[in-house]
Design a binder for this molecule. Structure first.
Ligand code: KIV
Length: 274
């Protein structure tokens, strides 16, 4: 099922191992998760990184966007997820505006790590967020950056849209990627970015890129768990594949996803943007 070296699926995933895995050419498998039972399934199926995403505002709470999710809610779900994990590294989203200043970011991240059990926190954007990324990284809080379609910018972006088709935006995204890594980010999520641009960014930076709607040129992939299981209501986005559609168990669907990410067969060009 996996192309990982023997025994690798037994070793806990650590922050320093992420760059090594990229240098070795291993693709990283990430999924969102919001509770202990699913965390147990994902972990035992060989998922490397589990993201307690603020997408829980949409897929768990039924909201139309992620903006109302609170830090308390993130910590509640993170604690539950953490109890199900043995090997996977847990990344926790910091909610909207909780990292608007470096001091606020440190307060929120300290709670996500100390109370929620996060090994890494995820912040969306660059620009003014660079200061918070640097502030956290210099204070022993590993950071995952998130560029492209940043759902917390829902109103500024005018909805959930592909980012970087326009040349000026593409240039800015490449610069932002270098800047977030220079500020200390150890992982970079690229959401809804044309696949060639995502591949360029992936070769520009030393840390792994994790794509969602960003093509197979990224160093790993993430999906929202409910999308992978085909239970998210409404229209299925282009970059989503329902891995449960062909039957079997939930664990089997997660294993098929992990194998497809590792052997490069997911996502295809049809699941990517030009
Ligand atoms: O909140 C989330 O689930 C995310 C992923 C879509 C990357 O940020």
């Amino acid at each position: 099922m996996s192309s990982l070296p023997d025994g690798e699926l037994e070793l806990p995933v650590t922050v320093p191992s992420l760059r090594l895995r990229k240098a070795r050419g291993d693709r990283l498998v990430m999924l969102t998760c919001y509770d202990a039972s699913f965390a147990h399934v994902l972990d035992r199926a060989g998922v490397d990184l589990v993201l307690v995403g603020d997408s829980l505002g949409m897929v768990v709470q039924g909201r139309r966007d992620t903006l109302a999710v609170t830090l308390e809610e993130m910590i509640y779900h993170a604690r539950a997820v953490r109890r199900g994990l043995r090997r996977a590294l847990m990344v926790v989203d910091l909610p909207f505006q909780s990292y608007a200043t470096p001091e606020r970011a440190l307060d929120a991240a300290t709670r996500a790590v100390a109370e929620g059990g996060a090994a890494m926190v995820k912040l969306e954007g660059a620009g003014p967020v660079l200061e918070s990324i640097r502030f956290l990284s210099e204070r022993d809080v590993p950071v995952c950056a998130h560029l492209g379609l940043t759902p917390q910018s829902f109103h500024r972006l005018g909805g959930f849209r592909v980012q970087g088709r326009d040349e000026a935006v593409a240039i800015r995204l490449r610069e932002d990627a270098r800047r977030v890594v220079e500020a200390g980010a150890e992982l970079l999520v690229l959401e809804c970015v044309p696949h060639e641009l995502a591949a360029q960014i992936s070769s520009d930076v030393a840390v792994p890129t994790i794509g969602i709607g960003a093509g197979a040129g990224c160093n790993g992939q993430v999906l929202v768990l409910h999308d992978l299981l085909g239970v998210t209501p409404g229209k299925r986005p282009r970059f989503v594949k329902d891995f449960l559609e062909q039957g079997g168990s939930i664990r089997g669907a997660v294993e098929r996803y992990a194998a497809a990410v590792r052997d490069g067969s997911f996502p295809t060009l049809e699941q990517s943007f030009e």
